[in-house]
Design a protein around this ligand. Structure first.
Ligand code: NAD
Length: 491
């Protein structure tokens, strides 16, 4: 049966009857067929969300305790269905099963975190006495209204959780659009919303592609749009969102530097560099895709990194290899074209650099972990986001040079520094123009800490207290404690 949209508390077919076939990137098999929604479906969902927020108001007016209770019920269901949700993400996206299980645990903790946070004190009380007599001022955090949310395919359930958990905890009504490349676990999450009895219209799911996404960004009945995806599409979202000056949150691409000094713990730096670039097949926005290493350590480091990369097992994510297939033929072709470009530009291919095509690999989109040495700042493989298992190596002689190379990018999502010199670690990390950074580690992500980029990597923050505030308006309330006086106006 074709998986349907979820609008106003009901599972409904796409108005056009169009459908998308969902492919397993490891085998080419069709896993499911899902509705291919369009502008009209998006409009219906937006009207349902609008009615739920502005007329019926059941979710918006519920107490923080009641909303937290529902979020905890969602957690319990995620936990109950953990194995199935992880299986869906692996089949749909290709990632190794144990990584998918980690994603489901993170998604569970994300709902749990916002269930707790929504009951904590928020806002402030301000001393205001500027010639107006006795006045008292405080702030109130309120839901924004109707939120459109759009996600990519690389962490299917987790990206949904990062957006949905804070938005619904805050009392908003949502219209959600997952990537058409990997929507299955998000559909399962909406089944959970249905099971726990979220009020009709408070959470709506519209499956489909850019038509749906564009409508969410442009429609004047949407009060806020949050988007995770490529910088290019994000720029279009920003333009469309100008229609009603809607609130906006953008989590976009990256090309993040991983700086390694010669005094770093060698094996530690190697293992973190591996995680930095090859985790999730390198399909990670924060991937450490540019290794910037002190010249004196470079040869030894690259030799060891290549040894580790060549030893990685590659296969169907269900068999728990080190690395699974890329999400689609389109993504694989994009990665392979960057590999060709790297060779043409004169970078030295150290390992990988090709697709696996023999036997069991023939129907999937498997690309070997790839390392390019002798890279320069002008090369496309250094400047542009590849979003696959490809890392470039550049060298530096001084700390200043390392920082300059690291910051030589339109992006500013993430970055790391490896050194045993504590003061240098702090100096360098402070200079990196990026929102998410690590010292002597790469990639760990926490629900408690803010996530987001500088420069063309985005606007706003997800996760932590910042992630909740993104989905809230802040109202200033001023109270005259002496109603008979008009203070300064008397003059
Ligand atoms: P994408 O930009 O192609 O698509 C993202 C989403 O936008 C999908 O749901 C897609 O259907 C939708 N979309 C496509 N065209 C649209 C349009 N014109 N209007 C509205 N919506 C549209 O990105 P992708 O290939 O799915 O994901 C990879 C990108 O996501 C990478 O650039 C990666 O860095 C980025 N990403 C960023 C973060 C972060 O936290 N900063 C996290 C994960 C992924």
């Amino acid at each position: 049966m074709i998986k349907r949209n979820y609008i106003d508390g009901k599972w409904v077919a796409a108005k056009s009857g169009a459908k998308i076939s969902i492919e397993n990137p490891a085998t080419g098999e069709i896993l499911a067929e899902v509705a291919d929604g369009n502008q009209e479906d998006a409009q219906t969902a937006i009207q349902a969300a609008k009615k739920s927020f502005y007329e019926t108001r059941e979710w918006r007016d519920s107490s923080a305790q009641d909303r937290a209770d529902v979020l905890y019920q969602i957690c319990a269901k995620i936990d109950e269905k953990r194995a199935e949700l992880a299986r869906l993400d692996t089949l749909d996206n290709g990632k190794p099963l144990r990584e998918a299980e980690g994603d489901i645990d993170d998604a569970y903790h994300c709902f749990q975190y916002y269930a707790g946070l929504i009951k904590k004190p928020a806002g402030g009380v301000y001393e205001v006495n500027d010639g107006f007599g006795k006045m008292h001022s405080y702030t109130l955090h309120e839901p924004v209204g109707v939120c459109g949310q759009i996600t990519p395919w690389n962490y299917p359930l987790l990206m949904s959780a990062w957006k949905l958990a804070p938005a619904i905890a805050a009392g908003n009504s949502v219209v959600f659009k997952p990537s058409p490349e990997a929507p299955l676990s998000t559909i399962a999450l909406f089944e959970i919303f249905d099971e726990v009895g979220m009020p009709p219209g408070s959470v709506n799911l519209v499956l489909g592609g850019s038509d749906v996404g564009h409508e969410l960004a442009e429609n004047i009945d949407v009060d806020m749009i949050t988007f995770t995806g490529s910088t290019k599409v994000g720029q279009g979202i920003m333009k469309a969102a100008a229609s009603n000056v809607k609130k906006i949150g953008l989590e976009l691409g990256g090309k993040s530097p991983n700086i390694i000094f010669s005094d770093a713990d060698f094996e530690g730096a190697i293992e973190w560099a591996m995680i930095g670039i090859f985790f999730n097949q390198g399909e990670v926005c924060s991937a450490g895709s540019r290794i910037i290493i002190e010249e004196s350590l470079k040869d030894k480091f690259v030799e060891r990194l290549a040894e580790r990369a060549n030893a990685m097992t590659i296969g169907n994510g269900m068999d728990n290899p080190d690395i699974g297939p890329l999400i689609s033929k389109r993504q694989m072709d994009k990665v392979l074209s960057y590999i060709s470009k790297g060779k043409e530009e004169g970078a030295k291919l150290v390992c990988g650099g090709e697709r696996l095509t023999e036997g069991e690999y023939s129907k999937g989109y498997f690309v070997k972990p790839t390392i390019f040495d002798e890279c320069t700042a002008e090369m496309a493989i250094v400047r542009e986001e590849i979003f696959g298992p490809v890392v470039t190596i550049q060298t530096f002689k001084t700390e200043e040079e390392a920082v300059a190379l690291a910051n030589d990018s339109i992006y500013g999502l993430a970055g790391a520094v490896f050194t045993s010199d504590g003061a240098r670690a702090l100096r360098v990390i402070k200079e990196i123009r990026a929102g998410i950074t690590w010292i002597n580690a790469y990639n760990p992500t926490f629900n408690e800490a803010p996530w987001g980029g500088y420069k063309m990597s985005g606007i706003g923050r997800e996760l932590g207290t910042y992630g909740l505030e993104e989905y809230q308006e802040v109202k200033q309330i001023n109270i005259n404690l002496e109603p008979g006086t008009i203070g300064w106006y008397e003059n």
